[in-house]
Design a protein around this ligand. Structure first.
Ligand code: KG4
Ligand code: ZN
Length: 345
């Protein structure tokens, strides 16, 4: 089965085709970062309009890249939520209409399920051996969640951020330093030459429960910036200290979650899972307890069409599909999803 996946939940227009046998066939991605940069964040209306402008062209590009045509598709899947409602609507309308014209099934995919299952995707003919149950750490710009994955599609929330997401904390602190959006990769780059112990930053809720909180850390960074001046302070040291604080919280909470559910396999996904310090520390900790950590290739950690195509393919193969109605779900808890019954096909 060959499926086209469409991601338009925020500021990336991503399209990809995956095959149930060979895995990822091709993908294209257009980022609107430059469009939103002068506003210091994503402007929802501009995002929707830009998705509309680019999506047809990107599909043409994808067909040229893969040598495939519309007739080669067996299904179309698109991000149904969570995300910006207008942006979601563009991908949903485009995908649903295309599937209807071709007489093939369509399905709305949960964006976070796309992230969560992206490390399992077959890329260049290779897929890692990951089997359920495992714990997933979802760390994106909008979400920070620890999820127990009992079976594919069966998600139990262990803990989540009660305020800012980890990626949001990276982004907002980077903005205070005058760094461009998205701030995570910028902070990570500067952190390489900084001293992680230079600033004594808080690790909120480190030993308290399974939830996260990053807004206090953001405020602590703001106080440092205000006291020392964004131009005068040592950016590398502050970035290294910030990264160390976020990574320590993510690592310790992940280990605690694994212990609580008695598992030793961790999957990390979402934009922040591209962070090399986070990966290195988790690898060291997991190997210490005889466990394993998995993550997607870096280009598939941030938003992309391939992860949506992959998650949607699994659901279509299990016999699931949506009707002709077009619905988006801007707020959608992962735990509300139906399990993916792999035995159904
Ligand atoms: O998953 P994603 O593309 O978008 C959402 O669904 O939110 O994640 C984007 C987030 C941004 O906050 C970005 O700063 C962060 O991922 N990010 C990173 C790195 N690369 C992207 N954070 C830390 N280190 C990185 N290397
Ligand atoms: Zn995302």
């Amino acid at each position: 089965m060959r499926v086209l996946g469409i991601e338009t939940s925020c500021d990336e227009t991503g399209l990809a085709i995956v095959d149930s046998e060979t895995g990822l066939i091709g993908h294209v991605l257009y980022s609107q970062i430059a469009l939103h940069e002068i506003y210091g964040g994503v402007v929802p209306e501009l995002a929707s309009r830009d998705h509309i402008k680019k999506i047809t062209l990107l599909l043409e590009q994808l067909f040229v890249q893969t040598g495939l045509t519309k007739a080669d598709l067996d299904g179309v899947v698109y991000t149904r939520g969570p995300g910006l409602v207008g942006a979601l609507m563009t991908g949903a309308l485009f995908g649903r209409a295309l599937a209807m014209g071709l007489g093939i099934p369509a399905l709305g995919v949960h964006h976070l399920e796309g992230h969560l299952l992206s490390p399992l995707m077959k890329v260049d003919g290779q897929a890692p051996e990951i089997s359920t149950p495992f714990v997933a750490l979802l760390v994106s710009g909008g979400h920070t969640q620890l999820v127990a994955v009992r079976a594919l599609g069966a998600y139990e929330l262990i803990g989540e951020s009660i305020d800012d997401a980890a990626g949001e904390c990276f982004d907002k602190c980077a903005k205070m330093l005058g760094l461009p959006y998205p701030g995570g990769p910028q902070v990570a780059k500067l952190a390489q030459s900084g001293n992680p112990k230079a600033y004594d930053l808080p690790r909120p809720l480190l030993h308290k429960g399974a939830d996260f909180s990053f807004s206090g850390l953001k405020s602590a960074v703001r106080r440092v910036v205000e006291a020392e001046g964004a131009d005068k302070l040592n950016h590398a040291d502050l970035c290294a200290s910030l990264q160390a604080a976020i990574v320590e919280v993510l690592v310790k909470k992940s280990l605690k979650a694994l212990k609580a559910v008695d598992l030793d396999t961790l999957v990390i996904a979402g934009g922040v899972s591209a962070n090399t310090e986070l990966r290195a520390q988790l690898e060291a900790e997991l190997s210490r307890i005889g466990g394993q950590v998995f993550y997607a290739p870096t280009e598939f950690c941030t938003d992309n069409g391939a992860m949506i195509a992959h998650a949607g393919l699994l659901r279509l193969m299990a016999g699931q599909s949506d009707g002709l109605n077009i619905s988006t779900t801007p707020r959608w808890p992962l735990s509300e999803l139906e399990p993916i019954d792999a035995t159904a096909h």
